[in-house]
Design a protein around this ligand. Structure first.
Ligand SMILES: [Zn+2]
Ligand SMILES: [Zn+2]
Length: 469
């Protein structure tokens, strides 16, 4: 059964003025609310500058903003230039992604500078600085178009007209950008940022070509294609009407089903003469399916080992704080918390301590399976315990929180070292029970010489490297 109320209220391909759109992120959110949309994805060209503003502005307004990007690629090997890959549900603060975007921004600006030089040579009086004033994020050709339209209204009445006369591929003021990476690079960046990648608007190509491209996209690791797209509005050159557009959407929907792709889509809204926000009806299910696939993402566990008072809990809680700010949900499993709850019946004999640690490993295993990111702070004094945990959990980073025993004793936050000295505690790791130093930990942090943030950031860097975040 189809619920028509749940149609036409999502749009997963939207641009702001942080790339070549006309509205700023907040205006896009306002317009989306006005149009009754319940979810929009901000997918600016090669930048994520508009995402954070849109998300925070939308908060509490009954609309969801999904972080995204649209990356331009070249696949010259198979004869495709300017292929677009949309990434959704990305971590827009991911370091690799930001670095990638920064590089592209530089290349884009260079290319536009050369285009403006050519336009000047052709006798139009515009300057790079003048156009740059209107650029809020990525420098796009539409920025140049709008400046020309303002200065020469009788010569240029639309962006399309400037493209046709000057800036389109092969036109007198067009300058090629430096060759870009291929789809594989774009997909890999999106993956590293935790997102899902889609081949954008495959219907702009001839059917046979699009099928070839889709094949290559899958081979490069791509996960979905955009089925919904208003080709009849955005691509007048295709010469199709709304009815033919629906057929084209149907064709790609069939393909998605038969080939087992994910699907997405949207209006490619830019504002101005691409005033299409929410104009393409999309099943709400499309978003629900993407979300459930997001949920299926594998989780991971970071296992902190070290003496009592070495700083395991402090560092793991600091990491949770930092990652929470990035919108990530982190579970901290602190041995002391567990000792006062799930393990409260266990004492401190060797057998009971082992059982407690196995229980923590089991919990991490179950949570990891369900996609959680866990930080477990457990003394775990032997290699065999840590190795068992690693084998059981799979996605695992072992962090050795190293600190000299004397320093730990001096810290004695919970008074356990004192209790041991006073004979109130019989067995204590580091005292009568040896602590086996990890043989091959993934990260070692020295808490006697480094501050909490330094240690936390080292571990976050490892989590990023391993693709956990
Ligand atoms: Zn595109
Ligand atoms: Zn687009």
């Amino acid at each position: 059964m189809k619920n028509t109320d749940l149609m036409n209220n999502i749009d997963l391909h939207v641009h702001t003025n942080r790339s070549d759109g006309e509205l700023d992120p907040q205006e896009v959110v306002d317009l989306a609310i006005k149009k009754g949309l319940k979810a929009v994805a901000i997918t600016d060209h090669d930048v994520v500058d508009g995402v954070e503003g849109a998300i925070s502005y939308a908060s509490g307004k009954g609309i969801e903003v999904i972080p995204g990007i649209e990356i331009g690629c070249d696949e010259l090997g198979i004869g495709f230039k300017e292929v677009h890959v949309v990434g959704l549900f990305i971590d827009y603060k991911n370091k690799d992604l930001l670095e990638f975007a920064e590089n592209i921004k530089k290349q884009r600006t260079n290319q536009k500078r050369k285009m403006i030089d050519k336009i000047r040579e052709l006798g139009y009086d515009i300057t790079f600085e003048e156009v740059a004033l209107s650029v809020k994020g990525a420098f796009g050709r539409p920025h140049i178009c709008r400046t020309l339209m303002k200065k020469y209204p009788d010569k240029f009445s639309s962006i399309q007209e400037v493209f046709d006369k000057l800036l389109g591929i092969g036109k007198p003021a067009y300058v090629d950008r430096e060759e870009r990476g291929g789809m594989k690079e774009a997909i890999s960046i999106i993956k590293r940022a935790g997102g899902i990648s889609f081949l954008a608007h495959p219907g702009v190509y001839k059917k046979e070509d699009s099928l070839e491209l889709i094949k290559a996209f899958r081979k490069a690791g791509g996960e979905g294609i955009e089925t919904y797209y208003p080709y009849h509005i955005i691509c007048p050159k295709l010469g199709i009407d709304a009815e033919e557009n629906s057929r084209l959407i149907g064709f790609y929907k069939e393909l998605v089903k038969s080939e087992g792709f994910l699907e997405s889509g949207g209006s490619d809204f830019h504002g101005g003469d691409r005033d299409t926000l929410g104009e393409i009806p999309i099943d709400w299910d499309v978003l629900e399916r993407l979300r459930s696939c997001e949920c299926k993402k594998e989780g991971a566990t970071v296992w902190f080992t070290g003496l009592a008072c070495s700083g395991k809990t402090t560092i793991s809680k600091r990491i949770r704080e930092i990652l929470c700010e990035r919108g990530l949900n982190i579970v901290v499993l602190d041995s002391d918390d567990l000792r006062s709850t799930v393990s409260k019946d266990f004492g401190y004999t060797k057998e009971e301590r082992d059982r407690h640690m196995r229980l923590v490993a089991d919990m991490c295993y179950l949570l990891t399976l369900q996609g959680a990111l866990n930080l477990a702070a457990v003394i775990s004094p032997t290699d065999s315990i840590r190795e068992d945990a690693r084998k059981k959990i799979g996605s695992f980073i072992e962090v050795y929180v190293r600190c000299p025993l004397e320093v730990c004793k001096a810290r004695d936050v919970k008074g356990h070292y004192l209790e041991y000295e006073q004979g109130k505690l019989k067995d204590f790791v580091g005292m009568n029970i040896p602590y086996e130093e990890p043989v091959n930990p993934d990260v070692v942090v020295d808490t006697d010489t480094n501050d909490v943030d330094t240690c936390a950031n080292m571990i976050i860097a490892k989590m990023e490297e391993r693709g956990f975040i």
